[in-house]
Design a binder for this molecule. Structure first.
Ligand code: F6P
Length: 536
């Protein structure tokens, strides 16, 4: 694999950065056509890159870099179902989950579209039965509450999509997402619910994740204690989305309530699989299919548009420019909609678990900085928390502003105020303001941002938006030479937690550094005291 820093365009970009004064105000003053030149419009959305520190020359060099890095071949391998996830010897073909039924999607020489469609049909059947009220709990009552028990990709994606599309929710149903192993997460949800009207969906690719299995067992006990331990109740109140059918059956979930998917779907890319069942239940199968088709439209764009007009490619290249040539460590995602509240958290996993790597696909240390820190909160809330730092702090952090022209809840006055705030922030970050007399009122400006405006918040547009980020992250992984589809970095902590759990349980600290040992003794001591006082 070629080291990206040895490519001719890398050197040219380095030199270009050193000799160019990137003043955004100046670039706009010299080129009245800048907005048109640096924005991309697709059916349903507009992305404006013009407030980024980019010129036509640097764009051309970045496009050459993508070509020299073999992006075209990598994209073909990705869509062709090649085993690009080398460390797990798997394909990464989540695009197959949202392809039209007739499209052939090949993994290991076999067309997987039949299996995908079969699960979708079963999900639709199940969702329609629950939504219509035909599906009853064990005591004969209709379901009113869905509890999705899952963590990481088995929670963040469905939760984001469900909240984003809350305008389409079934009026009788509410959905709750439980991820944390902290008893408070499940406890605060269960205390509001009735076992007779609750449906649990255990969402776990592996069906072994400690937090999820612990919560699933507690939920099952809660249900069974209501039904005098009659195990038949589980079939009416539990369903699962998983690749591990055997473990799901062992847990006691009825085979007809298991919605499978395959190991070529990565956890953080699994929202489009049966992991999206809670979303489908809430918004209905038809809307869920529109959501899939929005993502598919982005797949087709990414697959076919020339790199220059290719939204994921251009977003990725801007990110590489900032990370590797401008040395910016982070980017912020600010959705100007409360319903997109979970977008930053979702993107944190998507981006940081995919590209937070220090070893290349060949297993040697990377020679460049890889995935940035991602953070964010909805605007306008964020304007009253960390925007001070974005405007006047000593680091420069590019921002992705995301908005929609039409949503479910707002009035024209609210919408106008919201969008005005977004524009004000991106303009202020870029133009700044000089105030020599009062330096504390001085805004340096020249702080970059990208603005994405969706025509509306709809299943299709949200599907497009999420697939856009997925492909952006893929492109960056290719350029940095890393495997964006494994996540070995979460393993060590998991292993240590098991051993430490036993040590706490048995009040028998093992061999540790003095900090861990001190904390362990403190926890064990506190547990003993609380036990003596009858509090645990
Ligand atoms: O954080 C590690 C991880 O494997 C994620 O990639 C995944 O989304 C999450 O744990 C949950 O895994 P599972 O769906 O197997 O329970």
């Amino acid at each position: 694999m070629t080291d990206i820093t040895r490519l001719p365009s890398w050197h040219a970009l380095d030199a270009y950065r050193d000799k160019t004064d990137f003043c955004l105000n100046g670039l706009f003053a010299h080129d009245p056509d800048r907005f048109r030149k640096f924005s991309i419009t697709l059916p349903g959305l507009l992305a404006d890159f013009s407030k980024n520190i980019i010129t036509e020359e640097s764009r051309d060099l970045l496009l050459s870099l993508a070509e020299e890095a073999g992006l075209e071949q990598a994209r073909d391998d990705f869509f062709g179902g090649e085993k690009i996830n080398l460390s797990e010897n798997r394909s990464a073909l989540h695009m197959a989950l949202r392809a039209p039924p007739q499209a052939a999607m090949i993994v290991d020489g076999r067309d997987v579209s039949f299996a995908v469609q079969k699960t979708l049909i079963n999900m639709r059947f199940f969702a329609n039965a629950v939504r219509s009220g035909e599906w009853r709990g064990y005591g004969g009552r209709q379901i009113t509450d869905i509890v999705n028990i899952g963590i990481g990709g088995s929670s963040l994606g469905p939760q984001l999509a469900t909240e984003a599309l809350s305008g389409s929710h079934h009026p009788r149903l509410a959905c709750h997402y439980v991820a944390n192993v902290d008893a408070a997460d499940l406890g605060r949800v269960l205390k509001k619910l009735s076992p007779e009207t609750t449906l649990f969906i255990i969402s776990s690719k592996t069906f072994t994740t400690a937090e999820t299995m612990q919560n699933a067992r507690i939920a099952r006990t809660w249900l069974l204690s209501h039904y005098r331990n009659d195990k038949k109740a589980v079939a009416a109140h539990f369903a699962a989305a998983s690749t591990n059918a055997e473990a799901v059956r062992d847990f006691g979930i009825a085979p007809e309530n298991i919605f499978p998917f395959q190991d070529w779907v990565g956890g953080r890319y699994s929202l489009w699989s049966s992991i999206g069942l809670s979303t489908m239940l809430m918004i209905g199968p038809d809307n869920f299919f529109k959501f899939l088709s929005g993502a598919h439209a982005m797949d087709e764009h990414f697959r076919s548009a020339p790199f220059r007009d290719n939204l994921p490619v251009m977003m990725a290249l801007m990110g590489v420019w900032y990370r590797n040539f401008m040395n910016y460590p982070a980017y912020a995602v600010i959705p100007y909609h409360a319903v997109l509240r979970r977008l930053p958290a979702y993107l944190q996993q998507l981006d940081m678990e995919s590209n937070g790597k220090s070893v290349t696909r060949d297993g040697v240390a990377v020679s460049v900085k890889t995935g940035p820190l991602v953070f964010g909160e909805p605007g306008t809330d964020a304007q009253h928390s960390f925007f001070q730092w974005l405007h006047q702090g000593s680091d420069i952090v590019p921002v992705d502003f995301i908005a929609a022209l039409k949503t479910t809840y707002d009035t024209p006055a609210q919408r106008n105020m919201l969008l005005a705030n977004l524009l004000a922030q991106s303009e202020a970050l870029m133009t700044g303001r000089k105030n020599a007399a009062e330096p504390h009122r001085d805004f340096a400006g020249n702080r970059p941002s990208t603005t994405i405006i969706l025509d509306e918040i709809s299943p299709r547009s949200i599907g497009m938006l999420l697939a856009l980020y997925e492909h952006k992250i893929f492109v960056q992984g290719v350029l940095w030479g890393i495997n964006s589809f494994d996540q070995w970095g979460v393993e060590l902590g998991k292993t240590l937690a098991v051993a430490l759990g036993d040590e706490i349980e048995n009040e028998a600290p093992g061999k540790h550094d003095s900090s861990t040992l001190g904390l362990l003794n403190h926890i064990i001591g506190a547990s003993v005291c609380q036990l003596q006082r009858g509090r645990l």
